[in-house]
Write a protein that binds this ligand. Sequence first.
Ligand code: DQA
Length: 158
Amino acid sequence: MTPLPNILMLNGPNLNMLGQREEAHYGADTLQAIQDELVAAFPQLRLEMHQSNHEGDLIDQLHNWAYYSAIVINAGAYSHYSYAIQDALRLVRVPVVEVHLSNIYARETFRHTSVISPVVRGVISGFGKDSYRLALYWLSSQLSQQPAAQRGKETEGA
Ligand code: DQA
């Protein structure tokens, strides 16, 4: 049987506090509740969840990119200034989708720039927890068009 494509769902600082953060921006659900919904909604994918408040942990996870068919990353505030995460993403050779729950362009000026956007395949921002769902929807359709042997070998736009 062909193994399910496995996707690293990487969440950065303060996202473990969803449910207690500004509801107008981030909704009322906890990260666990969001992840449970995603697992139920995408039985065709194997989702590996990882959250860390530490930049180096997130970088270590990205260095393991070869174990995954794709990566979804919400780097939280690191998105706006972490060149170390940007450099780690430059190594990744599977598709990466950057997500944000809130619309970062409709908020404070410092959030308008994401230093990781130039090195990912695409960005989804502003759809609350559905941002993750939209990312997985796209990845799911991409990965189902690709034979298992090809996954992880993509070199462009990853
Ligand atoms: C966020 C937006 C960031 O500006 C913020 O620092 C976060 C969450 C989002 O999902 O909307 O922690 O990435």
